[in-house]
Design a protein around this ligand. Structure first.
Ligand code: URA
Length: 206
């Protein structure tokens, strides 16, 4: 397949700004009223626009919605530790979520919420053109695997975690690595160990 030429930093910054402006103005989102009522911010994403690794979580929690920054609470602390354990600085990756606004009381995202915000994640992927997408938790695994036509290869996260799937994008091939969500490991030490082992894979495929 013909590869799209990579865009300049200025182009990427501009496209990301457009994405942000559109999410900020997303009055039709099922989570817009909840955002406004709580004086929350949408959480767009953070990191290098030239990242080789993109990390896709589920949805912002309270800390994230209060600050507008992804993974800045308890789950973010674990993500930082995991990245440190493989020697990858957080500013070198791009961290985002499928759903860009906090769902009430951190409940699971609803299909209509994923449908409302998914296209923005699609555009972020097209801007960054990552070599690897690491998904955190089952919602982002399902979304990203479906997006890249890998639904037939998909398994339950308890089997798929730490495996490497090859996907084809207009900008070239990339790897998808489903991982457990760091929040799930807060009270489960064995999951933290599994995440630590699985993260090693990111080091070897970039
Ligand atoms: N959990 C997520 O999935 N994303 C965040 O940004 C924070 C917690």
């Amino acid at each position: 397949m013909l590869k799209e030429t990579s865009s300049s930093s200025a182009d990427r910054t501009e496209q990301m700004r457009e994405i942000k402006n559109e999410v900020v103005a997303l009055t039709g989102s099922p989570l817009y009223a909840y955002r406004k009522m709580n004086h929350y911010h949408p959480v767009i994403g953070e990191g290098s626009h030239h990242a080789k690794i993109m990390i896709v979580g589920e949805a912002p929690g309270r800390n994230e919605a209060e600050t507008g920054r992804p993974f800045c609470g308890a789950a973010g602390k674990i993500l930082d530790e995991l990245l440190a354990s493989i020697g990858i600085p957080r500013q070198d990756v791009y961290v985002t979520n499928i759903v860009k606004d906090r769902p009430p009381e951190n409940r699971d995202p609803l299909p209509e919420e994923i449908a409302a915000y998914g296209p923005f994640l699609d555009r972020q992927i097209a801007v960054i053109q990552p070599k690897v997408i690491a998904t955190l938790g089952r919602f982002s695994m399902v979304y990203v695997m479906e997006k890249f036509g890998l639904i037939d290869e998909m398994e339950n996260i308890s089997r798929a975690h730490g495996k490497v799937f090859t996907a084809h994008a207009p900008f070239g091939d990339l790897k998808i690595v489903p991982l457990y969500h760091p929040a799930a490991s807060i009270y489960q030490q064995d999951l933290k160990e599994t995440l630590r082992k699985d993260f090693q894979i990111l080091k070897t495929i970039t």
